[in-house]
Design a protein around this ligand. Structure first.
Ligand code: SF4
Length: 419
């Protein structure tokens, strides 16, 4: 998440503005290849058993040490820079407002989601701790070290929120509880609230309840795919991955019951083959349940089973971003909007002048996620450049400026208002 673009970033095909959309037929993932036996389940990391020594910066040229949660977690490059664990700068932002943590094990995530850099098939060529995820590296750090830094003065911390990302691993629930408890034992969750990005596949309703009892504030489900077909193809049987749409919805409903209105939500990746109409219907369904949606723009993550596919065209992305903001925060309903025969947004259901004002406010185009301390519709989780390069921003990790809004209007094909 630094402003220095990773050399490994694939040619950003499709990241240029183009009048198109990612149709279902065009977004077929590759089929995962067989992993050699000696690379399976983190075998080389476990058998070499190199003891970790403090912070580990991802490096595919050396063997990763034997690190595992709850003692170790990985954190985003942006969070590591903000904590002072790594040096670097981020284009347009001084820091991130969300401390994103990721559980870590030599075996890594046991799922195989096609768009994800952490997927199981990558064990063939990369140790888990060295894998890129949402375009950036994730250094591994002792959890106690992170807590020691933040606990010095939580009220003055740059972080408005902490988030624990679970992965698909047999220890994921227990270690999430431990990490959460370690945090809330030392840091008042009113000073820095905690979100859980869950892994429904291995969870029960009791597990959801336990995260609440231990002090979590918001519970989210990474649905990622907007329809059952896209889900099956990208994270279910289509890629030998264990996830099921129905199980994700079961845990989402549990989260609604346990955490209550405005305290649960779902992640959705836009541009993996669903129509704009389908994704916005899902956004509406989540609002009707009392929750929120957090959007990601599909980007072909290097090494993933979809790294050969185009990023979401900016016009498609901007229309969905704007319409989702109207549904989530401005009381507009999807039924008030109109769509063309390819499911693309034609009108947003509010008068042009009102729409123009909302576009110019710019918040609709910022990264969406769990709220921070500024206002409800500004996400703490800004994920700098997690879904695009800084040269062609999809989710703005900062308030878009005049020149950004000009570009956004062009992408939306909505000309600048003439007063
Ligand atoms: S479960 Fe999450 S971390 Fe694991 S492969 Fe799927 S998206 Fe990636």
């Amino acid at each position: 998440m630094s402003c220095i673009e990773q050399k490994s970033t694939p040619a950003p095909q499709g990241t240029k503005t183009q009048s198109d959309y990612n149709a279902f037929e065009a977004m077929q993932p590759r089929f995962p290849e067989k992993t050699p036996v000696d690379r399976r389940n983190g075998r080389n990391v476990k058998s070499n058993d190199i003891p970790p020594q403090g912070v580990y910066l991802p490096n595919n040229n050396i063997l990763a040490p034997h690190m595992k949660s709850p003692e170790y977690v990985q954190l985003s490059t942006a969070a590591a820079i903000t904590l002072g664990i790594m040096s670097g700068r981020m284009h347009g932002c001084e820091c991130t407002r969300c401390l994103n943590l990721l559980l870590t094990y030599p075996e890594g995530c046991r799922a195989n989601c096609a768009y994800c850099g952490l997927a199981r098939h990558r064990e063939a060529d990369r140790d888990y701790a060295d894998r890129n995820f949402i375009r950036v590296d994730w250094p591994a750090v002792p959890m106690s070290e992170i807590i020691d830094i933040v606990a010095k003065d939580p009220d003055k911390s740059p972080f408005h929120r902490m988030c624990i990302s679970m992965i698909t691993h047999p220890r994921s629930e227990d270690d999430t509880f431990t990490v959460l408890k370690q945090w809330t034992d030392r840091i008042d969750p009113d000073a820095i609230p905690v979100s859980i990005l869950s892994n429904p596949t291995t969870m029960t309703r009791d597990d959801v309840q336990k995260t609440r009892d231990l002090g979590a504030d918001i519970f989210t489900v990474a649905l990622d795919a907007a329809t059952p077909d896209v889900f099956d193809r990208t994270r279910g049987k289509g890629v030998q991955s264990p996830h099921k749409w129905s199980k994700y919805w079961e845990i989402l409903q549990d989260a609604r019951d346990i955490f209550g209105p405005q305290k649960f939500g779902a992640h959705i990746i836009v541009g993996m083959g669903e129509t704009e109409y389908e994704v916005l219907n899902l956004v509406q369904e989540l609002v009707d349940l009392g929750g929120h949606s957090h959007l990601f723009c599909f980007f072909p993550e290097q090494g993933s089973l979809m790294d050969h596919l185009p990023a979401t065209p900016r016009d498609q992305w901007r229309r969905v971003q704007l319409a989702r903001y109207l549904i989530d925060y401005r009381g507009v309903r999807v039924e008030q909007m109109t769509f063309d025969d390819l499911g693309r947004v034609k009108s947003y259901g509010i008068p042009e002048s009102e729409l123009s004002t909302i576009i110019d406010e710019g918040i609709a185009f910022r990264t969406s996620g769990c709220p921070g301390k500024f206002q409800d519709d500004i996400s703490a989780c800004d994920r700098p450049y997690g879904d695009s390069p800084p040269s062609d921003i999809a989710s703005y990790p900062f308030q878009p400026k005049k020149k950004d809004l000009k570009k956004i209007r062009k992408q939306l094909d909505i000309p600048v208002r003439v007063e």
